[in-house]
Design a protein around this ligand. Structure first.
Ligand code: SAM
Length: 284
């Protein structure tokens, strides 16, 4: 028996009640390789047997709590599509907020120097660094990542966009990186406390813990990065950091202790102090 889009969604409607309707539709669209408007405009479109089987598989995963991005294997970030699997964090919409800020500051530096090097520290899928590479093909982008499995996916995303301005380096934060080479370092590091009670159970179950958690109340990786970054940054280089919902004051202290100045705070969509932009006054 072959299903039409309408009969498939109708026959499963009871079954699908616990699921987000949009997630179900996105799965179907992904399988038939059509935009979402298509399924509303073409309810009589016939699904093949193998597409039906694939749909059943996707629904099972969604019912188990797998996030949609892992089920369909991709996620949109700042208008760009990225391959996603369980080895990398799913790009978050709040992280997009930092992209126009980086472009704005970077444009000024590029205008003055006619060149610019940015390091995306802890690249994961590459959503930050590859997006900047797409937006500014003349800038030099270095993507660093410790997890080799994450790097496999990062390379897949890099190959998809065929950037000529990117270098991928496997390293433990900035240990393997030369001094005074970057104008900007950006990072969305792991910053959740291991014991945090605020982590969604499906985030905990399905997203990689090396991308989420950090020692010392979630601050350990941030501390390492802040102290290493001042050596990697050029004179007056800028550090863009994402942080947890309650960490902004502590991050300010860490930055000041490490000779960063002109600290600016950027809020996320919920008004949470989500990012700091600071200038390294240390040079040596
Ligand atoms: C919160 S995720 C961010 C991923 C991506 N940049 C994003 O915004 O979606 C943090 C990333 O840092 C990487 N990471 C953790 N410890 C690291 C280390 N010591 N050196 C380099 N990368 C590290 C993780 O593997 C993970 O990919």
């Amino acid at each position: 028996m072959y299903y039409t889009i309408k009969s498939l969604l109708d026959s499963h409607s009871k079954n699908l009640i616990s699921l987000n309707k949009k997630d179900v539709e996105v799965c179907l669209c992904h399988i038939i390789n059509k935009p979402r408007t298509f399924i509303h405009l073409n309810p009589e479109y016939e699904i093949t047997k193998s597409q039906y089987k694939q749909f059943q598989g996707f629904i099972k995963l969604l019912k188990n709590g797998q996030p949609l991005a892992y089920v369909i294997g991709n996620e949109e970030f700042y208008g760009y599509e990225y391959f996603i699997n369980n080895d990398v964090l799913i790009p978050r919409s709040e992280t997009e907020i930092i992209i126009p800020e980086i472009l704005k500051y970077g444009d000024k530096i590029f205008e003055e120097n006619n060149k610019l090097t940015i390091i995306d520290a802890g690249s994961g899928s590459g959503c930050i660094g590859l997006t900047i590479a797409s937006e500014r093909p003349n800038w030099n982008i270095i993507l660093i990542e410790k997890s080799l499995k994450s790097i496999d996916l990062l390379k897949k995303n890099h190959d998809h966009y065929l950037h000529k301005n990117c270098t991928i380096i496997a390293t433990d934060w900035l240990k393997g990186i030369n001094q005074n080479i970057a104008d900007i370092i950006v990072s969305n590091p792991p910053y959740i406390d291991f014991g945090s009670k605020y982590v969604d159970k499906n985030v905990y179950k399905f997203e990689p813990h090396h991308a989420l958690f950090s020692d010392n109340k979630g601050l350990s990786d941030i501390k390492t990065l802040v102290s290493q970054a001042r050596f990697t940054l050029n004179e007056n280089g800028l550090l863009f950091l994402e942080n947890g919902f309650d960490q902004s004051d502590k991050i300010m202290d860490i930055l000041k202790e490490n000779y960063y100045e002109d600290i600016d705070i950027i809020l996320d969509y919920n008004g949470i102090k989500r990012f700091t932009i600071s200038r390294s006054s240390y040079y040596g």
